[in-house]
Design a binder for this molecule. Structure first.
Ligand code: ZN
Ligand code: ZN
Length: 240
């Protein structure tokens, strides 16, 4: 069973419903051993504001003391910013975080972001390669532990990216809400030995630890338990 959830949002993300404490309490109730707090980072329309980084860090520390029965990781859902593979967290912030989930989103905070988004949404072969290379650069340059909801915005060459993820010890997420992988891509990734994680991406406490789609993928594609990294075990985190 899924015993850890590495992608969750609380009210620090403007599109989420419950407080961090409410999320943690439900996670404990459901028997999770580990949970990552991964609010939307700065350049997401629903992202945190400067100053809230420290606020969340302090709240995580308080909750750790109060609820020692669960590991609480201080994380962030960072946004891929450009084709150079930059993300919206400073090196100093990355060092303070236990875990970084990397995503790409429609919601943008500036015209510059909007134009980039428009470009990344083109489905030409060239643009798909550019998007893929952007993710690969991001994994090399930054602390990245998980690639969230690939294909949600900006198509990528899934197999090329998965190979790079494997090399960089980065996990590929099965999202609770939707996955854009083709059956062929999943089968190939399984053969390649890609490491997966089934996260909730919960925006309300009731969804914490839930991911029946990820579990269905495991059954449907015969994904070995050893490749589902939050199945009866906890993930290893990257240092950078
Ligand atoms: Zn996301
Ligand atoms: Zn998310």
């Amino acid at each position: 069973m899924i015993i850890a959830d590495y992608h969750t949002h609380s009210v620090f993300s403007k599109d989420a419903r419950n407080t961090l404490e409410e999320n943690i309490l439900i996670a404990i109730q459901k028997g999770l051993k580990e949970i990552a707090v991964t609010e939307h980072s700065y350049t997401n329309l629903n992202g945190i504001k400067k100053g809230q980084f420290v606020e969340i860090k302090n709240e995580v520390e308080r909750l750790r003391k109060q609820y020692p029965s669960i590991n609480i990781l201080f994380g962030m859902e960072a946004n891929l910013l450009n084709e150079d593979g930059d993300i919206d967290l400073s090196k100093d912030e990355q060092e303070q975080l236990d875990i970084v989930v990397l995503g790409y989103h429609k919601t943008c905070t500036s015209w510059k972001n909007f134009l980039r988004h428009l470009k990344m949404s083109w489905n030409s072969k060239k643009q798909i390669q550019r998007n893929t290379d952007a993710y690969i650069k991001a994994m090399k340059k930054n602390k990245v532990d998980i690639l969230a909801h690939l294909g949600y915005v900006g198509k990528v060459d899934v197999l090329k990216l998965a190979e790079a993820a494997l090399k960089n010890n980065v996990l590929v997420e099965f999202n609770r809400k939707q996955n854009w992988f083709t059956p062929y891509e999943v089968k190939k990734m399984v053969e390649m030995g890609v490491k997966f994680v089934a996260n909730s991406d919960a925006h309300s406490a009731e969804d914490i630890g839930e991911n029946y789609k990820g579990v269905n993928f495991m059954l449907k594609y015969n994904i070995p338990e050893s490749q589902m990294m939050n199945w009866n075990k906890l993930i290893e985190l990257n240092k950078k």
